[in-house]
Design a protein around this ligand. Structure first.
Ligand code: 5GP
Length: 145
């Protein structure tokens, strides 16, 4: 998929938003939903998506919506840090298939990193245990402030 195109509301994140697909939910407010990535690149890999948006990527997004989304990203990133005590945290976002994007609803990755622990490959890791994701989601949720 290129940078240009039409939003498809059959994408997996739209289904999660509508409650049609399961997810280990961490946090939501009026603007964003955060949940665990089911193919995590590290322990605690969390995704933040806008709730009311038909933006496929960063370039599509309305600036007013984006402002609230990035505030949500910061809030959840702080909670990931407080819950999991990583040595560093990658916050990233991909636009278009050549850049690595696979799901076409705007989203931000929050990927905790620990010294000496290799990063899993994007889009190539195994599926996490749903029970473990639920526990992690609860740990992070408990640190939202
Ligand atoms: P992208 O490749 O578009 O930047 O990121 C999409 C992310 O969504 C990937 O990290 C992938 O592991 C994750 N993902 C794909 N399908 C699902 C799913 O059904 N549930 C959850 N929670 N994450 C998913």
């Amino acid at each position: 998929m290129s940078l240009d195109g039409t939003y498809d509301d059959g994408n997996i994140f739209a289904k999660i938003l509508r409650g049609e697909a399961p997810a280990a939910r961490v946090f939501e407010d009026d603007h964003v939903l955060a949940f665990m990535d089911v193919f995590p690149q590290s322990r605690g890999h969390t995704l933040v998506i806008p709730k009311h948006s038909v933006a496929r990527n960063l370039l599509d997004e309305d600036p007013g919506v984006l402002a609230n989304v990035i505030l949500g990203v910061q809030r959840v990133t702080r909670a990931v840090r407080a819950a999991l005590n990583p040595d560093g945290i990658v916050v990233t976002q991909f636009n278009g298939a050549p850049a690595g994007q696979t799901v076409y609803h705007l989203h931000f990755h929050i990927i905790p990193r620990w010294e000496g622990v290799a990063l899993g490959r994007h889009g190539a890791g195994g599926m996490a245990d749903p029970g473990e994701l639920k526990v992690l989601a609860a740990e992070i949720a408990a640190k939202i402030s």
